[in-house]
Design a protein around this ligand. Structure first.
Ligand SMILES: Nc1nc2c(c(=O)[nH]1)N[C@H]1C(S)=C(S)[C@@H](COP(=O)(O)O)O[C@H]1N2
Ligand SMILES: [Mo]
Length: 201
């Protein structure tokens, strides 16, 4: 990096952004919509979030109970396997750490499942330690249905298909069970920095 004078330190240069773009990705300021099926519209009074599977007892939050949990606002970069990346996206939601705070589990994996039948698998350690959230707002507004509202999983350090829209539950599993796109040939883990797009990458 060439030296920069103090006055310019806070200005974002194209070079600074480039270092935040994983291999094979391009930068966009759009927010594309990518859905494998129709957008579900579950009424909030029928919505709940469930944690079940290999746990000491399942947990369930209604919409109002979920909103009453401590939430965090966080700004992250998003990388989609279709090659767009967008920087500094600001979300609000509940950390998976908060949801799992008093849950005892013998599972090392999580299957996130959604209204409409979408599933995706993520190692538990990738959702813990402040790296996974259930987001209900984007940019200070309730999350639009097309982007996963009322609530979606957010795992920004993995390709965006791991961030299940219309999330309704997290099922803890002892064995790693490939989800929807993982069964169709997407990589099981999906690290954008190692360009893990497809099986074998
Ligand atoms: N339930 C559900 N979640 C989903 C998807 C989907 O089809 N259904 N698509 C995934 C993919 S491939 C991507 S890139 C992102 C797209 O999110 P967006 O439409 O908000 O950009 O959602 C992910 N989560
Ligand atoms: Mo995607």
């Amino acid at each position: 990096m060439p030296p920069v004078s103090r006055g310019f330190q806070r200005r974002r240069s194209p070079g600074a952004d480039a270092s935040r773009i994983p291999p094979g990705q391009y930068l966009t300021s759009d927010f594309p919509v990518l859905s494998a099926g129709p957008t579900p519209h579950t009424p909030l009074d029928e919505w709940s979030l469930t944690i079940d599977g290999a746990v000491d007892g399942s947990r369930r939050w209604s919409w109002s109970e979920f909103l009453a949990l401590p939430s965090e606002t966080f700004t992250v970069d998003i990388h989609c396997v279709t090659k767009w990346s967008r920087l500094d996206m600001t979300w609000t939601g509940v950390a998976v750490d908060t949801l799992l705070a008093d849950v005892e589990t013998s599972g090392d994996y999580v299957t996130a499942w959604s209204d409409g039948g979408y599933t995706t698998n993520v190692p538990l350690e990738d959702l813990a330690g402040g790296r996974g959230w259930v987001a209900h707002s984007y940019d200070g507004e309730p999350l639009e249905a097309q982007h996963g509202g009322p609530a979606r999983l957010l795992v920004p350090h993995l390709y965006f298909w791991k961030s299940a829209k219309w999330l309704r539950g997290l099922t803890l599993t002892v064995d790693d069970e490939p989800g929807f796109w993982e069964n169709y040939g997407y990589n099981n883990y999906g690290d954008p920095w190692r360009e893990q797009r497809y099986w074998g990458d």
